[in-house]
Design a protein around this ligand. Structure first.
Ligand code: ADP
Ligand code: MG
Length: 471
């Protein structure tokens, strides 16, 4: 978290990114500095905090070289709310389509989810206790005085005064309850069916329609929420196992224990100070011909003009409250094969002072991408087959050949960067994935050799001009 004193240093951030992303050292250094700067800002003198603006970053690089991955990992390393949007999906205000402010609302939504999750984690123990009591009450209802039937005068011996009962019954009940509490705890009753009440909002689904020129999304969502909360919260009976009941009730009890107003405030604060918005395909809204002309260029420029106030800092209305966008970190990315960064309107260029070019990946990079990252494709497939009890291993020479093939297909068909590795790997392993466990039983050990790669990918290599249809 950004507030934590032991926040990662730039070098540590790069080291974390290195676990997932091969190469791209320039880009890693820049994002590491940007991230640390946010921590620095929050620990700077209060009167300066407002003045320090983030140095937004423009990443320039072809598809599949790691732009999105770097931004995404950066967010997860720091536990920051993150959202990714494609600039080309937006249309100018007043046109049908998504307005640019929706990205800020998405960010806040993410932030709310994160804070809610964190708070639920904090109250988990307390909620679990409450759930245990609820389940226990269903299994062995407590003997309360009120629950006692009226005195039984017909029996002809002294009865307890109304509202009392013999101590021994109380004790017996208590002892039984404690025994069952123990059983619930150690899972002995997990399979037992019980009936619980679960909450659900009744009534037909209400949706508020809006359109161009109508209410903005935030007000619509607000009204929708309000209508939702006005409907009676009905409960419904369900027969479930104790194990299932524990899961269902835990969520309900945890929700009761967290203060949603506090969650909203904290979520807005987190989004404002730690939020990261990744704007992909920014080059698609840069107009090459520039001035005048009309047509799509005008609307592209309109999107840029709409982006400007958000990136410069403005207040955006969301259903959780108003968020100030001044200190959100924006990372924009694009291939810029046709348009150039200088084709963006100058005001927007000025808001992305840090430009970093990502390198095209080499054969050697591909080899390392297959092998080294924590989430490397080879490791993913190994884990999938591990689940079937099958051991999969790759020879380095096989990986070298795979990297080479991916690289060649990229240069001759279409350069999709490291994404090509996904298609090459799935091509290589598809038959094996189909044959396990029917034809290749558990305890098998499959070694992927260079020869096997040659054999399986022979067509792909031979028919390069066809491979665009094959892949
Ligand atoms: N430098 C890299 N190191 C490791 N994996 C990478 C690298 N570049 C791309 N990838 C992988 O390729 C895929 C696409 O990467 P992505 O970051 O989405 O590319 P883009 O540059 O188009 O945003 C992801 O699965 C990602 O993990
Ligand atoms: Mg991308």
């Amino acid at each position: 978290m950004l507030d934590s004193a032991e926040f990662l240093t730039p070098a540590q951030i790069v080291a974390e990114l290195d676990k997932y992303i091969i190469g791209q050292h320039e880009a890693k250094r820049h994002v590491a500095i940007a991230l640390r700067n946010r921590w620095r800002r929050l620990h700077a003198a209060p009167d300066m905090q407002r003045e320090i603006v983030p140095n937004n970053i423009l990443m320039i690089g072809s598809t599949g070289v790691g732009k999105t991955e770097i931004a995404r990992r950066l967010a997860s390393i720091s536990g920051a709310p993150f959202t990714k949007v494609e600039a080309s999906k937006f249309t100018e205000v007043g046109y049908v389509g998504r307005d640019v402010e929706s990205m800020v609302r998405d960010l806040v939504e993410q932030s709310v989810n994160m804070v809610k999750l964190r708070r639920k984690e904090e109250v988990k123990a307390q909620a679990a206790q409450a759930v245990e009591d609820l389940i226990l009450d269903i299994l062995i209802p407590p003997v309360t005085n009120a629950a006692q039937p009226a005195a039984k005068p017909a029996l002809g011996f002294p009865v307890a005064a109304p509202g009392e009962m013999p101590d021994s019954d109380h004790e017996l009940n208590e002892r039984t309850r404690e025994r069952f509490r123990e059983k619930i705890r150690n899972g002995e009753l997990d399979e037992r069916k019980i009936e619980i009440r679960v909450q659900h909002t009744s009534g037909p689904g209400i949706s508020v329609m809006g359109g161009p020129g109508g209410m903005d999304e935030a007000s619509m969502a607000g009204i929708q929420d309000m209508l939702g909360s006005m409907l009676p919260k009905k409960t419904r009976k369900r027969k479930v196992t104790v194990a299932e009941a524990r899961k269902i009730l835990l969520d309900e009890e945890a929700a009761k224990l967290i203060d949603m107003d506090e969650v909203k405030d904290e979520a807005i604060r987190q989004a404002e100070n730690a939020g990261i918005i990744f704007i992909d395909e920014i080059d698609k809204v840069a107009s090459r011909s520039g001035k005048g002309g009309g047509g799509p260029d005008v609307s592209r420029e309109g999107v840029q003009r709409d982006l400007l106030p958000i990136v410069e800092g403005s207040a955006v209305n969301t259903k959780y409250g108003i968020i100030q966008t001044d200190h959100i970190l924006f990372i924009a990315a694009g291939a810029f094969h046709v348009a150039k960064p200088s084709d963006l309107i100058p005001e927007l260029q000025g808001r992305f002072p840090i430009r970093v070019e990502l390198q095209s990946l080499t054969k050697e990079d591909f080899f390392r991408i297959l092998k080294d990252p924590k989430n490397a494709l080879t490791k993913q497939y190994e884990a999938l087959l591990q689940a079937e009890g099958v051991v999969l291993t790759f020879d380095d020479t096989a990986l070298e050949r795979l990297a080479e093939i991916a690289f060649e297909v990229n240069s001759e068909v279409e350069n999709i960067g490291a994404r090509r590795l996904h298609t090459v790997m799935s091509r290589l392993l598809n038959d094996i994935l189909f044959d396990v466990p029917d034809r290749i039983g558990p305890n098998a050990h499959i070694l992927i050799t260079r020869e096997l790669v040659e054999e399986r990918l022979r067509d792909m290599v031979r028919n390069r001009d066809l491979s665009q249809y094959i892949l």
